[in-house]
Design a binder for this molecule. Structure first.
Ligand code: PLZ
Length: 448
């Protein structure tokens, strides 16, 4: 049956359950997964995808689920968006790979030119392309070290930057990302972030000062190559820093010869209602790292930034076999075009209002919702024991499981595992979004 389903936005935009979740065919495949795939590679919701588009994922049993996850903030323009399919198909028929480091091609240049144009700041920029978010973060650190001739890197509490050795060191949370995988890369230090819900009374500038004191006392600007920060933390719990935190950190970096790197892997490309989350406060990072939403599901990532910093590494110092693969570049050009022509930033703001209004209304009558936060189509609720800040990870798991069983894909996150996060594709309809929110509403009311 799966062969007969065509993906993309032409899929009926409906929630339709015809078996239990997961259904028999998915369960069969999950048994094969257990026998064939390393268990370290987990699955949140083991329904096996057959097609996806707009705001739905259709599984191999014919169930159609509402998608509030976008494959972790990737399919921003929708799965199999027609313009992406057309662009990639054309490229597929022309050539699939030459390796940019061997015989280059124009698509790579077009993506670099576009990123140089749309990322924050009007200064002269350069871009280098890679495959994954983690790989791009690693390269941003390489570039900052090469430019500053310094070694130390500062990351923050609750940070997530990837699963490679250096990015594991930069990631804060032990389970599941780091446990037993050391030793980790050296010269990585951690500073406190601004986490308004758990930090009341500390405003943005004061939180920045607190971080700067840790950095000055424990590292020293004279040793510090880069400060790397997610402008809204993703895996760490959709933590939006208090206003003024990011600008104060960026200003300190500039005054102290430290490269300020924004990891916008999860927040980038209209997700937060601005093209980039840094735009919200007018923060201009020296380097910006992007991935996920850039190419509609094809693997692509980038480091973009000040020309003099990006050009510090010697010729041949950066690269990789697949970095800036032609298919991924074709997809990215179609995505960037869609973001501009369809005003997807505006759409993210609309979705953000719908999500926030509903969760704030729910919070007014449900003290287990400690915090509703986020920006644009990147919204989360943090669940606590009523009247406290004590995280309730168990409730979070139960709500996610009940939503899954009823055909709604939701993700959790947070250092304490107590955050439900909502990242719908921006191609989702208001009707489907509302149906998903109604469903969550009843799950909250039923689970006590
Ligand atoms: N930086 C801010 O969010 C990836 C991780 C899922 P890769 N987030 C999803 C998981 O459990 O592996 C992410 C991110 C931020 C870097 C990354 C890493 O991006 O493309 O997964 O390497």
């Amino acid at each position: 049956m799966s062969d007969l389903i065509e993906g993309g936005p032409k899929l009926p935009q409906e929630r339709r359950l015809i078996t239990e979740i997961p259904g028999p065919r998915s369960r069969e495949l999950q048994t094969r997964k257990t026998a064939a795939v390393a268990q370290g590679v987990g699955t949140v919701l083991p329904i096996y995808a057959a097609a996806a588009g707009g705001g739905v994922v259709v599984d191999v049993d014919g169930n159609s689920l509402i998608d509030f996850g976008s494959g972790i903030a990737v399919t921003t323009v929708g799965n199999s968006a027609p313009a992406v399919v057309a662009a990639v198909s054309n490229q597929l028929n022309a050539f699939t790979h030459t390796c940019f480091m061997v015989t280059p091609y124009e698509g790579y240049l077009q993506v670099a030119e576009a990123l140089n144009r749309i990322t924050p700041g009007s200064h002269d920029k350069r871009t280098a392309l890679f495959n994954s978010g983690a790989e791009a973060v690693e390269n941003a650190v390489k570039i900052a070290r090469s430019y500053t001739r310094k070694q130390a890197v500062v990351a923050f509490d609750h940070a997530y930057h990837g699963r490679t050795n250096l990015t594991m060191a930069m990631t804060a949370k032990n389970q599941p990302y780091k446990n037993g995988f050391g030793p980790f890369a050296s010269e990585v230090y951690r500073a406190p972030v601004s986490y308004p819900f758990r930090d009341s009374g500390v405003d943005g500038p004061a939180a920045a000062q607190r971080a700067i004191e840790v950095i000055e006392k424990q590292v020293g600007a004279e040793n510090l190559a880069a400060v790397v920060i997610e402008p809204i933390q993703g895996e760490g719990g959709f933590v939006v820093p208090a206003p003024g935190f990011l600008p104060a950190l960026a200003a300190w970096c500039q005054a102290n010869g430290v490269v300020f790197i924004a990891d916008e892997v999860q927040t980038g490309f209209a997700r937060t209602g601005d093209l980039f989350a840094c735009d919200h406060e007018g923060v201009v990072p020296d380097l910006i790292v992007t991935a996920k939403g850039i190419a509609g599901g094809l693997p692509l990532s980038a480091v973009t930034g000040r020309a003099e910093i990006m050009d510090a590494p010697h010729v041949g110092g950066l690269g990789g076999t697949y970095g800036g693969n032609p298919l991924a570049c074709a997809a990215a050009l179609a995505v960037l075009d869609l973001i501009e022509t369809d005003d997807l930033s505006g759409r993210a703001r609309e979705l953000g209002r719908l999500l926030t209004d509903r969760f704030e209304a729910l919070q007014a009558s449900d003290a287990r919702i400690g915090d509703v936060r986020g920006r644009g189509a990147m919204i989360a609720v943090e669940l606590v024991e009523p009247g406290t800040h004590t995280p309730d990870a168990d409730l979070t798991r139960r709500i996610a499981a009940a939503a899954h069983a009823r055909g709604l894909i939701v993700l959790t996150c947070g250092t304490y595992g107590n955050v439900l996060r909502f990242l719908p594709p921006l191609a989702i309809s208001d009707e489907l979004l509302t149906e998903g929110l109604d469903l969550l509403d009843s799950v909250f009311k039923e689970l006590t």
